[in-house]
Design a protein around this ligand. Structure first.
Ligand SMILES: [Zn+2]
Length: 420
């Protein structure tokens, strides 16, 4: 397929709700380079977040460009229109060069029977004993199974094709990196389903460079992975094998790699990701944007004074409007209401009490994942504070930046890309 813009082997989805931390995020990538591994930043902010805050993708672009210039970053960097579809893509077209085509809504919608028939006829290799190199036992499938999977995903892949072709029309082929995401669906996709989906994507001629399946287990926002780690490890490696096989068999771009969404803070699977990627000499993209807003709050709380006041106020308001704030994220958070402190209690907290409850340090007994998740979805409260919140970010930039860089480098990049 065409030689256009190419996403390097290792990349990290960064970004923050208020477009203030690009430099601090890029500083973590600079540290990675100094440690001997190129991890390129992809600034992403989903349409959902832009809508909730009332921001615009052009702001993310200016912030990213300014950071790159200031830190003299010479490796590639990208701007991701995260989770877009045909209805929402337009304002992302000019500023973005990476597009996450979200087809979750189409998954499960029946495809045209003749399209399903044609797909199965075109792919006899998917029926019967399917041997994928480096997966121990072959998968056993039959026509009914392949038809079932095709029926579940074909309409979604065709929809991705429509968005892709629209983007080609607007931006030109090779001028952007396409990703297909299916993470925000009910059921995880198995490795053999992933292979069938990749065959359909190749048929649709989408030169995808990243694919975001839904993995087994829970990927809640801002907190650790909840699930069976050995099972995740097995499926992650089988996905890597399926991708390598699909690149060869279907002529997909040779840099095609997995994209792990809601990838921040999933500390218990980072070792499995690092090992799997190394074993298969594969690349990986991990989206971590969500964690940065919490580092802002930690930085504000740590600064004390007005910063700490704002952090407390964000919690008070988030607590009061909890239902409304949780609704858009209902499937990706697990908050235990009984574990949430009352705002009156938090009002009396010191900087240290606040940051101990919020910072993702599982060895700290005061760490409170419910408190953290409620604040994770509470950025709308800060958006409503407007200039007051933004000036606090600027007044406390040093403390916040230190937290943002350290969290991204120490807790994310190191275990994911350096294996330490
Ligand atoms: Zn996602």
């Amino acid at each position: 397929m065409s030689d256009g813009l190419k996403l390097p082997k290792f990349s990290v989805g960064v970004g923050d709700r208020f477009a203030h931390q690009a430099k601090a995020q890029l500083a973590a990538c600079v540290k990675a380079a100094e440690s001997g591994v190129e991890v390129v930043p992809v600034w992403n902010k989903s349409n959902r977040e832009h809508t909730i805050i009332g921001s615009d993708p052009n702001q993310t672009r200016s912030e990213a460009d300014a950071a790159v210039k200031e830190l003299r970053w010479t490796s590639p960097y990208f701007l991701d229109a995260d989770h877009i579809n045909l209805k929402t893509v337009d304002r992302f077209i000019a500023p973005c060069d990476f597009f996450t085509l979200d087809v979750a809504d189409e998954i499960g919608k029946a495809a045209k029977p003749e399209d399903v028939e044609a797909f199965v006829a075109r792919h006899p290799e998917l029926v019967g004993e399917v041997t994928i190199p480096r997966i121990d036992a072959p998968f056993q499938t039959d026509e009914t199974f392949v038809k079932g999977v095709a029926n579940k995903f074909l309409a979604a892949v065709q929809d991705a094709g429509k968005i892709y072709r629209y983007l080609v029309e607007k931006k030109g082929e090779g001028n952007f990196v396409p990703e297909v995401s299916m993470d925000e669906t009910d059921a995880p996709q198995t490795p053999v389903e992933l292979l069938i989906i990749l065959a359909a994507i190749a048929d649709e001629k989408i030169p995808i460079q990243t694919i975001a399946p839904k993995f087994t287990g829970r990927f809640n926002k801002g907190v650790d992975y909840v699930g069976d780690v050995p099972q995740f490890t097995k499926e992650f490696e089988e996905d890597l094998a399926a991708i390598a096989f699909a690149i060869k068999t279907y002529g997909l771009p040779d840099n095609l790699k997995l994209s792990v969404h809601s990838g921040s803070d999933k500390f218990s699977i980072y070792e499995a990701i690092y090992n799997g990627v190394k074993k298969f000499n594969a690349g990986v993209h991990v989206k971590t944007a969500g964690t940065n807003w919490l580092e802002e709050l930690i930085g504000l709380a740590e600064s004390g004074g007005e910063g700490l006041e704002i952090a407390k106020e964000v919690y008070r308001e988030a607590y009061a409007h909890s239902d409304e704030l949780r609704a858009p994220y209902a499937t990706v958070i697990d908050i235990d209401d009984a574990a949430l402190p009352k705002p009156e209690e938090v009002d009396g907290w010191t900087s240290e009490q606040y940051t101990s409850a919020l910072r993702h340090d599982q060895s700290n007994p005061a760490y409170n994942p419910s408190f953290r998740q409620l604040l994770h979805v509470g950025f709308k409260v800060a958006a409503k504070m407007g200039p007051r919140y933004l000036s606090a970010l600027e007044a406390n930039e040093d403390v916040i930046a230190k937290n943002v860089t350290e969290n991204l480098f120490e807790r994310h990049i190191k275990p994911l890309f350096l294996g330490v």
